[in-house]
Design a protein around this ligand. Sequence first.
Ligand SMILES: Cc1ncc(COP(=O)(O)O)c(C=O)c1O
Length: 434
Amino acid sequence: MSKTSEILDKQKKYLWPNHLAYYGEPLPLDHGDGMYVWDVEGKKYLDFFGGILTTSVGHNHPEVTKAAQQQVEKIIHTSTLYPHENYVNLAEKIAEISPRELQVSYFTTSGTDAVETAVLLAKTHTGYQEVVALRHGYSGRSAMGMTLTGQAGWRIGSTHIIGIKHALNPYCYRCPLKLKYPECGVACAEDVADLIKTTTSGKIAAFLAEPIQGVGGFITPPPEYFEIVVEIVHRYGGLFISDEVQTGFGRTGEKWFGIEHWNVTPDIMTMAKGIANGFPLGNTITTTEIAESTLGAGLTISTFGGNPVSTAAGLATIEVMQKEANPEHVAEVGNLLRAGLDELFEKYLVIGDVRGKGLMQGIEMVVDRESKEPATKAITHLFEETRKLGMLIGKGGLYGNVVRISPPLISTKEDIENALEMFDVAFARVQEAI
Ligand SMILES: Cc1ncc(COP(=O)(O)O)c(C=O)c1O
């Protein structure tokens, strides 16, 4: 029996059947190094999904590994009851790279937890209860996370938190208002005022959105979108929470956080995934003034939040990014990737749209460009072809027809060229089979 079959058999027997996995036959991984991972049979893959946008500086970066190992030998766990130098130093470091107003952090262990913490803070600060989120957004797997999420497929059962409304999202390729940008005047953004006036009590605690939707399929808003919406949100008493779980830490190029592309300053930002190169860590950052409102509001604790090992890894990750993979580097290689994908768009009709920023680029696959019918079979085929060629990619979108390309930020020009060649071969095979 192969190692793969052994693992898959045990997975089937001992784990819940709803563990989502890619490929006809799921792919058990064994080890990783930089841009590459190896499966348990020894086959090597170029990782162009980056562990769901998480291995920011590549698998097992020696500096991150060393920082974590050294910390493991000193103390693994303290809990936030006992302040630790790693988490205060990481909070300081994150304050340095965040928009100037955002200075104070609350560490947790995941993106879901960071989002929960942000919404709780907004409710506590404003005294209001209702929250506006975006259709097609993804916010995590807790009851609150699933309710904030704007996709039926990611909600289990009938879990539902009251007081959450979903605004139209700025999905220009499939405009919810059937309009065309820029003649539309970004009507989807203006509609947020109507949504608040007609479906809430008239005052909201928060508007939560991703600067570029991740699981939604790297949906990228028009540049004016956030300026219009954030003004409306503040007018109706709410705080703006920018969910940076996917877009944070240089992923989108040029800037440290995705929202900085859109000319607005959030009141709160959530972060996780790329923060510690794969170690579990979440963070919610806000202004000193907003954070003050938590004082006396009730007790809260996170047993593993700010864990010394995860925060050691977080510190090392940011230091490595500053040296080897800063936002300027990401913009440079991201532009190269985008130019290559735009060329593939010219070649393959199965590609309906290419979008994103930096090293967060999406390809929406369609049966034909006229009907824009989601090409779900073709994307399944593309996954198998890229796997054969030795490259990992991600998937997203309400219809599961968007390829998510998000390699580690240390990607070089050669890595991008290598990936583009594999995409070219794989798309040719997929197009031919249609
Ligand atoms: C934007 C966004 N927010 C929150 C989450 C939840 O993060 P986690 O899976 O770490 O709980 C995710 C996960 O994909 C995400 O993409």
